[in-house]
Design a binder for this molecule. Structure first.
Ligand code: ADP
Ligand code: ADP
Length: 235
């Protein structure tokens, strides 16, 4: 069963209809790719699922129950984590500190308020290694890492804090071929850990490399919704 589902979902900002009649399902262990040009409604879709905006049309279901997230906290409490393009990391802070950044927002992370620094560093190190992310120095400011490495830290953080749904907003947009490959690999790791992934991207090749389902938005509506076996790159 899907963790999150949109049914005929839409959103208007005043009289601007940004999203209309969208059906989308996020299944555990599957990657749903959302493609579309600028203005297609991708950000609006993310904001609805992550609790930054409320839908004005249709339904959003979480674990089969209709929900209306009024704050990002509501979505986080249901295990929906979003990695935004700016990554919400603080460049001048050490990698390990960034790993815990924002953890006050997450239910499962409360015990960390009482943890000592040595234990936090150890946990960050272990969790990054668990994801196959090897960084030689967690004391270095995260700003010294490449964009791809920062994406990977952000993905590992969401996995560690118990996300069930991971929303990635154009994670490969600013990256070169090699770095994109690394990020795509960690998207697959998160998927294999059983997370349902929403992968927003402009790049059909990146989508095809990890996607199980493809939803293409155009002017706020779904132009295409197809599973992997229904599409081919040769078309
Ligand atoms: P599962 O393997 O979880 O049962 P399937 O891949 O068999 O899911 O899909 C069942 C139906 O749901 C198919 O018609 C498929 O196109 C559709 N579907 C699957 N994933 C999504 C999705 N993310 N968004 C919209 N429809 C989907
Ligand atoms: P995308 O992320 O695909 O570029 P958006 O969801 O940002 O698309 O935008 C979809 C449409 O909604 C656009 O026409 C955009 O101008 C409009 N829009 C987005 N956010 C707002 C807002 N806060 N207020 C008014 N209109 C908005």
């Amino acid at each position: 069963a899907p963790v999150v589902e949109l049914r005929g979902t839409g959103k208007s900002y005043g009289n601007i209809r940004a999203l209309h009649g969208v059906d989308l399902a996020v299944h555990p262990g599957k990657v749903t790719c959302v493609l579309g040009d600028n203005g297609a409604g991708k950000s609006t879709l993310i904001k609805i699922i992550s609790g930054l905006h409320q839908h004005t049309e249709g339904e959003v279901l979480c674990d089969g129950q209709p929900v209306k997230f009024t704050t990002p906290r509501d979505a986080l409490d249901r295990g929906i984590a979003t990695v935004y393009q700016d990554l919400a990391t603080v460049p001048l802070m050490p990698v390990w500190r960034n790993f815990f950044l924002g953890s006050e927002m997450t239910k499962g992370a409360w015990p960390f308020r009482r943890l000592d620094i040595a234990r936090m560093k150890k946990t960050a190190d272990e969790e990054l290694r668990n994801m196959g992310i090897v960084l030689d120095d967690l004391e270095q400011p995260i700003g010294t890492l490449s964009g791809g490495q920062r994406q990977c830290v952000a993905i590992a953080r969401a996995v560690y804090f118990g996300a069930r749904v991971l929303i990635l907003d154009e994670p490969t947009a600013a990256l070169g071929v090699k770095q994109s490959g690394v990020v795509l690999k960690y998207i697959a790791v998160a998927r294999d850990r059983g997370l349902g992934v929403i992968f927003i991207t402009h790049n059909p090749h990146h989508a095809y490399m990890v996607g199980d389902h493809f939803s293409v938005l155009r002017l706020g509506t779904l132009e295409l919704s197809a599973s992997r076996d229904q599409v081919s790159l040769e078309e």
